[in-house]
Design a binder for this molecule. Structure first.
Ligand code: IMP
Ligand code: MG
Length: 177
């Protein structure tokens, strides 16, 4: 699996540093509160589990499954495949995602929880790909930035593979064929 990777963009230890930094920022900002972390499956999974261990305030965890991608191209369609089980009315929500690319998924989910009556909705993503942005969306917590390349690993997939890679890298072109 590792032989399919052209270059490593974010190493395992850099990812752990990111989780520590973001965990501290969230803990400071939500002191005395109990935010609900809502992870967007499946990509959020390794990030959410490492991040939440670095959050020192009470927090609740919930998940949602949304789908927006086929292969390496955004379809622009976002489908809610499974929803949260928490009533978010009057609650502080933090959406946890792997990567913000066009911003469409993030914007839609943010609007959704605002409409459902959350008292605040913020976004925490492991990676931001600013060049891919199509819609404007406010992302408060960002782990790191990546160029406009298709990245895999640590939750991010190519056709469901590479999510279990412990670092983030760029796939060799021949893997797309
Ligand atoms: P957006 O709606 O275009 O911002 O897409 C967000 C979702 O697309 C992310 O949560 C990922 O699941 C997926 N995605 C975007 N860029 C990449 C990438 O480089 N590799 C793997 N998945 C990606
Ligand atoms: Mg995702």
């Amino acid at each position: 699996m590792k032989n399919d990777i052209k270059k490593v963009l974010v190493s395992e230890s850099e990812i752990q540093d990111i989780c520590k930094r973001l965990g501290k920022e969230i803990s400071d900002d939500y002191a005395g509160k109990c935010p609900i972390l809502i992870g967007l499956l499946k990509g959020c999974e390794p990030f959410m589990s490492d991040l939440c261990k670095n959050i020192t305030v009470h927090a609740k965890l919930d998940y949602m499954r949304v789908s927006s991608y086929v292969g390496t191209g955004s379809t622009g369609n976002i489908e809610i495949k499974s929803d949260v089980t928490t009533d978010v009315r009057g609650q502080d929500v933090i959406i946890i995602d792997d990567i913000v690319d066009t911003g469409r998924t993030t914007l839609l989910i943010k609007n959704l929880f605002e409409q459902r009556g959350a008292s605040s909705v913020e976004v925490c993503c492991l990676l931001d790909k600013p060049e891919g942005r199509v819609v404007e969306v406010d992302v408060k917590y960002i782990g790191g930035y990546v160029p406009n390349e298709f990245v895999v690993g640590y939750g991010l997939d190519y056709n469901e593979l590479y999510r279990n890679l412990p670092f983030i890298g760029v796939l060799k072109e021949e893997m797309y064929k």
